[in-house]
Design a binder for this molecule. Structure first.
Ligand code: SAH
Length: 218
């Protein structure tokens, strides 16, 4: 099966599992996931599974990326903050749907690799920051949408503070690796409302940054 055929099969699978938003589906179709996976996993780039990336992290399952993106209700003029750049895949999908993506990663080496991928794809509306995403990005706040792609024990207060009115925050929340769910938080007239959408398993959101000198993959 060719890569293109595998991609079409994946998009059909996403559609069947409840991803109905056509903008989301076409963003997934337009972003080559093989760019964001490790060379040894390229043949699995269009499988509907999470895959390992460097630093013991993962690129999320395409269904989860699509589900969270759909829940985020991204509009073309939106400014979106992402915590947990990882491979950069989720940021690349968002970049096709909104005005600008601000993405924060605590591992410098992952961020550098993701930047290489954004450049290779000509995604000029993604801006990156090496830092602790739990603190958000105060200089650029407020954000219309915020997505966190690592599991928080509690909803980080800096993020709800940096969410614009009428904004939406989507994140996995859970006390441990077995009990997490995607939570959607909406803000209106300064009031927050949240609801659980889906049980999931994410790598944890961890405080602080890592300035490791591990070299970037070639
Ligand atoms: N969105 C990514 C998923 C990566 S996994 C993708 O599409 O590939 C989650 C990422 O969150 C990891 O890279 C991890 O290092 C990062 N992370 C965890 N805690 C963080 C924090 N406090 N600030 C920034 N990034 C964090």
């Amino acid at each position: 099966m060719t890569e293109e055929a595998r991609k079409i099969r994946l998009v059909m699978e996403l559609r069947k599992s409840g991803i109905t938003n056509t903008r989301v589906l076409s963003a997934i179709e337009r972003v080559p996931r093989e760019i964001f996976v490790l060379p040894s996993f390229v043949d699995q780039a269009y499988e509907n599974t999470a895959l390992p990336i460097d630093q013991g992290q993962t690129i999320s399952q395409p269904f989860v990326v699509a589900f969270m993106t759909q829940a985020l209700e991204v509009r073309p003029r939106a400014r979106v903050l992402e915590i947990g750049t990882g491979s950069g895949y989720q940021a690349a999908v968002l970049s096709r749907l909104c005005r600008r993506v601000y993405t924060i990663e605590r591992f410098k080496s992952l961020l550098r690799q993701a930047e290489i991928s954004f450049k290779a794809l000509g995604l000029h509306n993604v801006v990156t920051r090496h830092g602790d995403g739990m603190l958000g990005w105060p200089e650029q706040a407020p954000f219309d949408r915020i997505i966190v792609t690592a599991a928080a024990k509690e909803i980080p207060p800096a993020l709800t503070e940096q969410l614009a009115d009428d904004g939406i925050l989507v994140l996995p929340v859970g006390q441990n690796a077995w009990e997490q769910s995607i939570v959607k938080v909406t803000k209106s007239d300064g009031r927050l409302e949240s609801r659980d959408l889906l049980p999931v398993r994410f790598v944890p959101l961890v405080e602080g940054v890592v300035r490791e000198s591990v070299s970037v993959r070639h």
